[in-house]
Ligand binder design. Structure first.
Ligand code: URA
Length: 303
């Protein structure tokens, strides 16, 4: 695919050590998308345990008696989560005490993206970026990818006109929501435990169902394994590199696999591969956007 990038975006890619051929213009050029929902954080609901407890005394009682380790204490059932709208899902995550991570976290990290409308619908975002779990800074700020890896991620997304804030610098951007597999920080940034991933999975699934993104980018092996465990045989044993370069599916949404930005910070040569992954995701987005536009045109004609 080709991208029609401005000087600022090209500079960003240079900074990322990504060298690509720049078309002057052309059919494949990415057109400026209409501005999406007004910028602002997704999180309007209580985001830390104290806020959630104040709103729900029964959760406070459950949390106070949470035993150590990963014993399950309280979480809405998967069935309940399936029926939640966006604000209810935010509340459920904010008050979740399903595993021991609720004891050590400072904040839950639900996700970030353009502002959700006030009527319970999710934010409008065609792109969903999925990482692993909050780190120290994310735990403190309650927002995903706010550290060095987040800066790299934002720069890479900006280079293709995508942003967690919708419109920035007067430039039209395609809106992205950014979430993690785990909504709470594993202490010491250790890897997520399988039972923690399992406890959080219904939240992630509901986020996808509600957002209905046109494309998902799964970053790193935990996101990839969580999303593709039902569709890719032996995904745990499959090297991430072998899953790149093709379009997978998660509940009807196309998934593109790429490296985690924290890995890219340590491994400069892989940045060019990550850029290829973003280009593949952009191809997917463009096709789905075109199909949607055509369908809307037909509907308008039918009346
Ligand atoms: N790494 C992740 O996977 N997620 C974050 O939010 C931050 C770092």
């Amino acid at each position: 695919m080709s991208l029609d990038l401005d000087a600022r975006q090209r500079a960003m890619l240079e900074e990322m050590h990504v060298h690509v051929w720049w078309p002057e213009s052309g059919e494949g050029a990415v057109s400026a998308a209409a501005p999406v929902a007004a910028p602002g954080p997704v999180r309007a609901a209580p985001k830390n345990i104290a806020e959630a407890m104040a709103a729900a005394p029964e959760l406070a009682a459950a949390h106070a008696s949470t035993p150590p380790a990963t014993t399950i204490v309280a979480r809405a059932s998967a069935g309940d989560i399936e029926g939640m709208d966006w604000p209810a899902l935010q509340q459920a995550v904010a008050g979740c005490v399903a595993c021991a991570l609720s004891k050590s976290r400072k904040n839950t990290v639900f996700g970030v993206g353009p502002a959700a409308p006030a009527d319970g619908r999710p934010p409008q975002a065609d792109w969903l970026i999925i990482g692993e779990a909050p780190g120290e800074n994310e735990d403190i700020q309650g927002e995903p990818f706010v550290g060095q890896a987040g800066k790299l991620l934002d720069n890479m997304l900006k280079a293709i006109g995508v942003s967690r804030h919708g419109a920035e610098d007067g430039q039209p951007h395609k809106a992205a929501c950014i979430v993690n597999v785990l909504k709470c920080r594993p202490p010491g940034n250790r890897n997520p435990a399988p039972e923690e991933v399992a406890q959080c999975a219904p939240y992630l699934r509901r986020q996808v169902e509600l957002l209905q993104p046109k494309v998902i980018i799964a970053m790193g092996r935990f996101a990839v394994q969580s999303l593709l465990q039902d569709t890719v045989p032996d995904v745990v044993a499959t090297p991430l590199g072998r899953l790149r370069g093709k379009v997978h599916q998660y509940h009807g949404v196309p998934v593109v696999v790429t490296y985690h930005p924290a890995y890219l910070l340590r491994s400069l040569p892989e940045k060019a591969k990550a850029w290829a992954d973003l280009c593949l995701a952009m191809d997917v987005w463009k096709k789905r956007k075109a199909a949607e536009t055509a369908q809307l045109a037909v509907q308008a004609e039918i009346g």
